[in-house]
Design a protein around this ligand. Structure first.
Ligand code: ADP
Length: 230
């Protein structure tokens, strides 16, 4: 599903920053992977490479059978359609209802109205928000807003979900709810990649853990824990 071969990323600013060095990894279909590591370790860069928001300075990246550096600009939207995103700061449209926020993700890729009307309530039910469809984001708690984001991320049935610190703004109870929903989505076959600082969650979930430090993979374990690399 995702393969990186000898991937390095150097940001060419006034000062050069080597954000990732010689990354080799493979993530198969249906895996649930935590990317952990201290701030600045390269977690966001890794996820931005997968969605082709950045190109590697060197090395090969293959997502869903396509080489990302070789992908033409006009092919990028097609790649992104296969990927759902969940952000720490939710990024909901504040002047639109819960229903409209999720429907918007489908309308953006021209899914027929009748499918939208069927599918949006179904995914909102899955995340436990069917009775909140006509509310606005500011009327919801942080945990509920994040569940809207999950609904929006899964509504087009992506192959991969990438979550960047999805529980970063949530209390432990809400965080646990979010992880349970992600685990349920994973069980249906969607690959899930979560960058996180949430030590307790990683230790509880016992999934694959890829640990980054200074742009290098320092650990890659099935059923891993958070741990300190110090
Ligand atoms: P993390 O997500 O683990 O905090 P990042 O991938 O954001 O790590 O950052 C890795 C390194 O790359 C850091 O040193 C950071 O300052 C640098 N970096 C990230 N994005 C940019 C950018 N757009 N331009 C220059 N340097 C960047």
């Amino acid at each position: 599903m995702i393969k990186m071969v000898n991937v390095s990323k150097v940001y060419q600013g006034e000062v050069k920053v080597r954000a990732l060095s010689h990354i080799n990894l493979q993530i198969d279909r249906g895996e649930f992977v935590f990317i952990v590591g201290p701030s600045g370790a390269g977690k966001s860069t890794l996820t931005r490479l997968i969605i082709r928001e950045e190109l590697p300075t060197s090395g090969q990246i293959i997502v869903g059978g396509r080489s990302l550096p070789r992908l033409k600009e006009r092919e990028v939207p097609l790649l992104r359609r296969k990927i759902g995103f969940i952000f720490q700061d939710f990024r909901l449209l504040m002047e639109r209802t819960v229903y409209e926020n999720v429907a918007f993700a489908m309308e953006a890729i021209e899914i027929p109205r009748s499918t939208v009307r069927e599918r949006v309530p179904a995914v909102l039910e899955m995340v436990g928000l069917k009775d909140k469809m006509s509310m606005y984001p500011h009327e919801l708690s942080g945990g509920q807003q994040q569940r809207v984001c999950i609904a929006r991320a899964v509504v087009n049935d992506p192959l991969i979900i990438i979550a960047d610190e999805p529980t970063g703004n949530l209390d432990p109870d809400n965080s646990w709810d979010i992880m349970r929903i992600l685990a349920a989505i994973n069980k249906r076959g969607t690959t899930i990649i979560t960058a996180t600082h949430d030590r307790e969650m990683v230790d509880k979930m016992k999934r694959r853990v890829i640990a980054l430090s200074d742009g290098e993979i320092v650990r890659d374990e099935e059923r891993g824990t958070y741990r300190n690399e110090a």
